[in-house]
Every structure is written in structure tokens, then in C-alpha cells.
Ligand binder design. Structure first.
Ligand code: ADP
Length: 268
């Protein structure tokens, strides 16, 4: 696209302005194309590992495994595990691609953040009995936000799942729900490994994992936070993080409230 750029004459006329605008548009298109190329490269890279592992096991089976029940069962189990991983990777890539298309003006659904928060929190409590879950809920009534219910659920699951995955000895997760006049806030806090300042800036990038091998062991693809942030920003909200290494992390969702019409307006 660099070849199509037009020269900008150093004049303050309409033609120069138009040329600047045109070049700016080209730059944006160029960045978009580069991002897409990077995405395809990242995806190929991520898929190569499970494919190589499955290939290795099939090779092993082919050469020695057919008559050795131990190799047979081990290789089948390992291959199935990699296929499960590929399936989750493909699903998460689809989720990310859909999250990128979310635009609040098209969202039809109004969701009670209080109810969804309580439901996801209770589910986690049931699934992880070895953890202590502490809830600090300031929301006394339904708290309506304009977001698809399953999107809010998905974001909360990603954050709570990470809080559990990256915990250490202190198996404790805190969730806080509160609101001010215009926003609802849901905070998920853990007391686990924490994230260094250098990594904090990158954890929302797709496929970024602080420790690739460890995250992979825990079933992570490095897409969860990228999906979560895109979804929340798509609904004009914010997803922020604070963290201290070896002490833990705090993830904070802020979503705009659907404000109730004032009483005077109702009577009019
Ligand atoms: P993953 O599938 O690897 O968990 P995410 O996108 O959800 O992918 O997170 C990206 C990376 O950010 C993780 O690999 C991990 O290194 C780091 N991370 C996310 N949440 C936490 C947390 N609560 N505590 C410490 N590190 C975290």
C-alpha cells in the first residue's frame, strides 16, 4: 500500500487535507492487514504443537505400539488430550472473532448483572470445594446493564477460572459487586502468583501467556483475557487489572448501567 500513497503538498488547502486523509486511511488499512497476517501466523503456531504431538504418538504406535498395550493406551490418551486442546482452541478463536464484532448499539438484551454475578459465583463455589470463595455484594436490587447475558457469564467465568488456575497456597477468591450512579463494578481478586509490571501490559494480547508451558499444562490457550476485554469494551465498559507478583491480582469489570427513567418522566 506504500506505493499508493499520494504526495502531500505543504499547503493548507482542501487538496492537501484530502491527501492527508487518504494517506491516513492507507496507514490504517496497512495496520489492519498486518494484524490479520500476525493472527494467521499465531494461530498456525498454536496449532502446530498439538498436531506435532499427535503425529509423534501415531508414529510411535505405528512402529512399536500395536503390540504393546502400555504404549497403546498412553499414546491414545495423550492424543485425545491434544485433540481436546485443539477443539477448545478453535472454539476460543471463534469466541474472539465474535467478541471483536460486538457493538453495544446492536445489543438487544438487558441483563441483571447482580443475578448473573451471583449465579456464576455460586457455580464456582460448587465446582471448587477446595477453595474459599468470599462474596462482598453491595447490589441489593436488580442492576441492569446492556449486555448479552452469556457474554457477561463468559467474562466472569474467564476471570474466576484464572483466579483459581493461578492461585498458590492461599486457595481463596474474592468477588465484589458494587455500583455508582452510572456504572456497575464486578471485581475478582486472587492471592496467587500475581503478574509482573512488564507482563501486565501484554496479558490482554491474544495468545500471550506469561509462562507458556505452565499455562499449557493448565489447559490455557492465552485467549481468555483477550476475549474478555474485547467483550467488555464492545459494551462500552472497561476491564482493568492490578497485580503484585507473589501476592495476587485484582481484575475489575466496569459496565455502564441502563438508567431507570426518572419518576417525573413516568408521570408525564
Ligand atoms: P490462559 O488461557 O493462558 O489463562 P488468559 O488470556 O486468560 O490465557 O491469560 C493470559 C495470561 O495472563 C495467563 O497465561 C497468565 O500468565 C496470566 N494471568 C491471567 N490471569 C491471571 C491471574 N489471575 N493471576 C496470575 N496470572 C494471570
Amino acid at each position: 500500500l506504500a506505493n499508493v500513497r499520494v504526495p502531500v503538498l505543504n499547503q493548507h488547502d482542501e487538496l492537501s487535507e484530502l491527501s492527508l486523509l487518504f494517506n491516513d486511511m492507507l496507514d490504517r488499512m496497512q495496520r489492519y492487514i498486518e494484524q490479520q497476517q500476525q493472527f494467521v501466523e499465531d494461530v498456525s503456531h498454536e496449532l502446530r504443537t498439538p498436531v506435532a504431538i499427535i503425529q509423534g504418538h501415531l508414529d510411535l504406535l505405528n512402529r512399536w505400539g500395536k503390540d504393546d498395550p502400555e504404549i497403546l493406551s498412553e499414546s491414545i490418551a495423550a492424543s485425545l488430550q491434544e485433540i481436546t486442546r485443539m477443539k477448545s482452541l478453535v472454539q476460543e478463536m471463534l469466541d474472539l472473532s465474535r467478541a471483536e464484532q460486538v457493538e453495544v448499539q446492536f445489543a438487544q438484551e438487558e441483563t441483571d448483572a447482580r443475578e448473573v454475578g451471583l449465579q456464576v459465583f455460586n457455580n464456582f463455589q460448587m465446582i471448587h470445594p477446595e477453595f474459599t470463595f468470599v462474596l462482598d455484594n453491595d447490589l441489593k436490587k436488580p442492576t441492569i446493564t446492556k449486555i448479552y447475558r452469556n457474554h457477561l457469564e463468559q467474562v466472569l467465568i474467564i476471570l474466576l477460572d484464572n483466579a483459581v488456575k493461578y492461585s498458590r497456597e492461599r486457595k481463596e477468591v474474592h468477588m465484589t459487586m458494587a455500583k455508582d450512579q452510572r456504572h456497575v463494578q464486578i471485581v475478582v481478586q486472587d492471592f496467587g502468583e500475581g503478574i509482573s509490571e512488564e507482563n501486565l501490559a501484554k496479558i490482554f494480547d491474544r495468545f500471550y501467556r506469561v509462562d507458556k508451558a505452565r499455562s499449557r499444562d493448565k489447559g490455557g490457550n492465552g485467549l481468555g483475557l483477550a476475549i474478555a476485554r474485547r467483550l467488555i469494551e464492545g459494551y462500552h465498559g472497561k476491564l482493568a487489572v492490578e497485580s503484585v507478583v507473589n501476592q495476587g491480582s485484582v481484575f475489575r469489570i466496569t459496565l455502564p448501567l441502563v438508567t431507570e427513567p426518572k419518576e417525573t418522566e413516568n408521570k408525564a
